[in-house]
Design a binder for this molecule. Structure first.
Ligand code: PPS
Length: 317
């Protein structure tokens, strides 16, 4: 690219970012998803991964970035500098993301990379391109307890201008509880129901060899969970490297790491002054948000929505 071309490309990128504003959601097979993803759905569904690719799947705000960083460090034997080669979304592309051109889509980035690639998705199980299962790709699913997940998603929806406006806190709880399109009137939660998401992967975890992790376990004993991921990936790194990875992926260190804290996404899109991407990183923050009445109402509904499964979520550690 000539200097002139570079300049006009960077202007076009700035313009594209400035044009981003609270994309409407459109249903894809009943799941509300941002309109650019819905419009490009056929190319996402047709994506063919390589067998060595790894999928990291989560409901939004469940610990995706943390897991992406752990996996990248494991694949680089704990080499911190190697894992600062680029920001998270470039090192580990977001499969379904589409933004206004010329911002590259997840698929554009993946095309340029050699396998094994660490691929992020928020798609519910039934919308994951079938090529992942046909090619027997490994997949890590990270789940976070519903109340903390909701709190984190609320703050993210406030600061992320690609997401629908969250509206007031009280209404957001109801929106999260309903999740699905078209049951809920008004704007839904992007990527649909938390309940169906965590259940969908839980039911398939054995058949599809999915490593199902919990955010609360990662907080409680990060070393144990890093070792679990290492074994799942058939890797072997020294105890010293494990210790380094645990340290490098602590909340504090990732918050300060510009290659992991999403400061790469410019202000018109992620407004970190409203709420930083690396916000609190705690278990139990829901207690600072839910009133006792809201908590009771949420718990009663939770029992109903989760009655057919016994997923060992913890809302405190
Ligand atoms: S996204 O946008 O869906 O990819 O977000 P995701 O990375 O899944 O989730 C963001 C929340 O995870 C917290 N986080 C961490 N917690 C503990 N340790 C580490 N290292 C870490 N990295 C990210 C992040 O702060 C968000 O949670 P909240 O509760 O909002 O702080």
């Amino acid at each position: 690219m000539s200097e002139e071309e570079k300049l006009s490309y960077s202007e076009a990128i700035k313009k594209a970012y400035a044009s981003v504003y609270r994309f409407p959601l459109i249903p894809v097979r009943g799941i509300p998803i941002m309109n650019l993803i819905a419009k490009n759905w056929d190319s996402i569904w047709a994506f063919r991964p390589e067998p060595s690719d790894l999928l990291i799947a989560t409901y939004p705000k469940a610990g995706t970035t943390w897991t992406q960083e752990i996996v990248d460090l494991l694949l680089h034997n704990g080499d911190a500098e190697a894992c600062k080669r680029a920001p998270t979304p470039i090192r580990s592309p977001f499969l379904e993301i589409f933004s206004p051109p010329p911002i590259p889509s997840g698929l554009d980035l993946l095309k340029e990379m050699d396998p094994p690639r660490i691929i992020k998705t928020h798609l519910p199980f039934q919308l994951v391109p079938p090529g992942f299962w046909e090619n027997k790709c490994k997949a890590i699913y990270v789940a976070r307890n519903a109340k903390d997940n909701l709190v984190s998603y609320f703050h993210f929806d406030c600061m992320n201008m690609t997401q629908p406006d969250p509206g007031p806190w009280e209404g957001y709880i109801l929106k999260f509880m309903r999740g699905e399109y078209p049951c809920s009137p008004g704007p839904e939660v992007a990527w649909g129901s938390w309940y169906d998401h965590v259940k969908g992967y839980w039911m398939e975890r054995e058949k599809k060899n999915i490593l199902y992790l919990f955010y609360e376990d990662m907080k409680e004993n990060p070393r144990r969970e890093v070792e679990r991921i290492m074994r799942y990936l058939d890797l072997s790194v020294s105890d010293e490297v494990i210790s380094r990875i645990v340290e490098l992926t602590s909340f504090k260190n990732m918050k300060e790491n510009p290659m992991a804290n999403y400061s790469c996404i410019p202000a018109p899109v992620f407004d970190h002054s409203i709420s930083p991407f690396m916000r609190k990183g705690e278990v139990g923050d829901w207690r600072n948000h839910f009133t006792p009445e809201q908590s009771k109402m949420f718990d009663e509904d939770y029992e109903k929505q989760m009655k057919e499964v016994n997923i060992p979520f913890r809302t405190l550690i």
